[in-house]
Design a protein around this ligand. Structure first.
Ligand SMILES: *Cc1c(COP(=O)(O)O)cnc(C)c1O
Length: 227
């Protein structure tokens, strides 16, 4: 079942790329495995999937210890500053950086350990009350400040669009995030090249790819519903 689901999702991504004149190689599928156990993850792994994303630090670190070492993990959930030490240096990218204070902690810890952590800035494009993230008009100022933190590299933006019945309703959100990247790149901030757009989940990843997503985060469509 998981193998078939993955095949379908990969095909949908390729079709969305063709429709929008994009190279499928530009889009990375992150299998969101939160609340799913090792056997489910291994089923995806056996089809060749190597990139997984998790929301919770403890779950992430447990899975990293138990599962094959060639899995690349991405952190996509809200991260508390006191947990940075469990994540930085172990994941490919932290997508969910939502404050300058968190970025400063990631940078300081990374510098101390001698590596550079790749991050995205999370943006609450639709200004939803229950969601983390910068508002669109705060992102540029954050990018300027992040450019001075030598333990991290800001390479793009991430958003979780609202839950909608028709994915077309989120097209404008994805366009806005894309334009925000373009606008920030025009400012030519040192050390900041916004090339990554982490957007699109089970309900709307096809539309997100059409609007330029480089990382789609898909859980339910691969692993089924979560309890
Ligand atoms: C859970 C989660 C996803 C995956 O959601 P699905 O709708 O199951 O595909 C993607 N991104 C974030 C930030 C999540 O928390």
């Amino acid at each position: 079942m998981i193998a078939e689901n993955l095949k379908k999702v990969r095909e949908n991504i390729i079709r969305a790329c063709k429709r929008s004149g994009r190279d499928p190689g530009e889009v990375m599928l992150l299998a969101v495995s939160k609340k799913k156990q090792g056997p489910d993850i291994m089923e995806a792994y056996k089809t060749g999937q190597r990139v997984f994303a998790e929301n919770y630090v403890q779950e992430l670190t447990e899975k990293m210890d138990e599962l094959p070492g060639d899995i690349k993990w991405h952190m996509i959930g809200h991260l508390q500053r006191n947990k940075v030490k469990y994540v930085a240096g172990k994941v490919e990218m932290i997508h969910s950086v939502d404050s300058l204070r968190l970025a400063e902690e990631i940078s300081a810890f990374s510098l101390k350990k001698g590596f550079v952590t790749e991050i995205l800035a999370e943006v609450n494009v639709a200004a939803e009350e229950n969601k983390f993230g910068f508002s669109p008009d705060e992102v540029e100022e954050f990018a300027v400040k992040a450019s001075t933190l030598s333990g991290l590299r800001l390479t793009g933006l991430m958003t979780s669009a609202p839950v909608v019945t028709d994915p077309e309703e989120n097209r404008e959100i994805f366009k806005k995030l894309h334009n925000l990247c373009v606008d920030i790149n025009k400012k030519s901030i040192d050390n900041v090249i916004m090339k990554n757009l982490s957007m699109g989940m089970t309900g709307d990843y096809v539309v997100a790819v059409e609007e330029g997503a480089t990382h789609v985060r898909v859980g339910t469509a691969i692993f089924g519903t979560r309890s």
